[in-house]
Write a protein that binds this ligand. Structure first.
Ligand code: PHE
Length: 455
């Protein structure tokens, strides 16, 4: 069982390696695909402002809790909890993490597959509209397999030789691609209207729903609530500074989300399109935007390459959460774990892949969830995202913050963070207060809201 002397366990090779890998987990579809469309639907600037407040006051304090819990005994989410509370009901939270990791991986892989497909769209499906593209199994299933294959390949390499090595290569590439696209977008005539929409907070747009959407986004985007940061924290050594490294990860992730808006809104406005297209924003509106602008075809390829890279470094972390459990607790080899979990994720992903128009009853579950669906979603993929990408993340985050703040004890967590950092004084007081009261309270409110809205 858990002990602190498992010397053979993998570990990050360098600080920058950890920061890039964790930022890789955080930066993904959530930043580049979801953040802009949610901001576009929720009124632009005001949403962005509330999002920033949520990140600073709730997500970051909570992030430290996950990282310190993981590093404490260098264990996966189940093992980390067991190492503190033994075999108890708290283990269920760990299992919730593992399950969420597996399920999110499955449907995340479907959307990531579309992104890869769009890199080569002009070759594999020229002129095919988005709605038809995602309803064509002959396109989406092989793309899903390709994406999962890449994910498996990286994770079989382990922490240093796999995840860290690829993060060091892919994250800088992602930044460069992003900068090229932003420059193109900002230099279009009429770009300033998009910037105004994006940056000017409009007070009338504030509402409970907007606040809770922003909070949910702030959790999903930083990969919180399902043990990814517990797992990545478990590969940190005791000299590492959790506070500063965690801070870098949050800054990185938030900057990329904000920058994603700068790629998208100026271009959307410059070409006279609407910013509130929802999930179709990047797949439908953007290609239309690219088609009309100088160098558009090239920029389009770069954009979807960027989206695929972001998705890949995130899905790696989803897979690693599950794999680390089987390696630590079930003593499976890494190779066996990766292949088994990968195969299960692929099978699980098929109904999601077929739920975007290919198979009628999977695409419309209103016979099960009523006409309104769950938060407006009624397809299998959307329903899974509601349960695993929103509801279970909130449940996980709620119990993990209670566990670290009250059961393990905030003071123990502070001691863990203090190894490797000089985390003292008022910072500690504020952090403990946030962890014990503010995080659980706000997460709880958002949980109730999600359930209420879905009923
Ligand atoms: N943070 C990732 C994104 O923004 C998604 C993710 C969630 C990854 C949870 C891992 C764990 O796309």
């Amino acid at each position: 069982m858990a002990d602190s002397t498992n010397t053979q366990r993998d570990a990050w090779g360098s600080r920058i390696g950890f920061v890039l890998a964790a930022a890789g987990s955080a930066v993904g579809l959530g930043n580049i695909w979801r953040f802009p469309y949610v901001a576009g639907e929720s009124g632009g600037g005001m949403f962005v402002l509330i999002y920033l407040i949520c990140v600073v006051f709730i997500s970051v304090p909570y992030l430290f809790a996950e990282l310190s819990l993981g590093r404490h005994k260098h264990r996966n989410p189940v093992g980390a909890i067991m190492a503190i509370k033994g075999r108890s009901a708290w283990m269920l939270i760990g299992f919730l993490c593992i399950t969420a990791g597996l399920v999110i991986l499955s449907y995340y892989g479907v959307i990531a597959g579309w992104a890869i497909g769009y890199v080569a769209k002009d070759v594999i499906a020229p002129g095919v509209p988005f709605g038809e593209f995602i309803a064509t199994p002959a396109l989406v299933i092989p793309l899903l397999a390709l994406f999962l294959g890449l994910t498996l390949y990286v994770v079989t390499g382990g922490i240093q030789q796999g995840i860290e090595r690829w993060a060091k290569l892919l994250m800088p590439l992602l930044l460069v691609l992003m900068l090229i696209i932003i420059i193109r977008s900002l230099t279009l005539e009429g770009a300033s209207e998009g910037i105004a929409f994006y940056l000017m907070p409009d007070l009338s747009q504030i509402s409970g729903a907007v606040v809770l959407t922003a909070l949910g986004q702030a959790f999903f985007s930083l990969s919180l609530g399902m043990g990814a940061m517990i797992t990545y924290g478990s590969y940190l050594n005791k000299q590492e500074n959790i506070a500063t490294s965690g801070g870098y990860v949050a800054v990185f992730d938030t900057s990329i989300a904000i920058l994603a808006g700068f790629m998208i809104f100026p271009a959307v406005f410059a070409l006279g399109m609407e910013p509130d297209a929802g999930p179709a924003l990047v797949f439908e509106i953007l290609p239309a935007v690219f088609a009309e602008m100088p160098m558009g075809a090239f920029i389009g390829v770069l954009f979807f390459l960027l989206l695929s890279i972001g998705a890949l470094t995130s899905s790696i972390s989803l897979l690693e959460v599950v794999v680390s459990y089987f390696i630590d607790e079930q003593k499976w080899s890494r190779m066996n774990s990766v292949l088994t979990i990968g195969a299960i994720a692929f099978v699980l992903a098929i109904p999601s892949a077929l739920s975007q128009g290919a198979v009628g009853w999977l695409s419309d579950l209103s016979w099960l969830f009523g006409e309104g669906g769950l938060l407006g979603q009624n397809d299998f993929l959307g329903i899974l995202d509601y349960f695993f990408g929103s509801l279970f993340l909130a449940i996980g985050a709620f119990f993990i913050s209670i566990f670290v703040g009250w059961v393990w004890g905030a003071q123990e967590a502070v001691k863990e963070i203090q190894q490797g950092s000089n985390f003292t004084g008022w910072l500690v007081t504020v952090w403990v207060f946030m962890l014990r009261w503010v995080c659980p309270l706000f997460i709880f409110i958002s949980l109730i809201y999600m359930i209420y809205e879905a009923l």
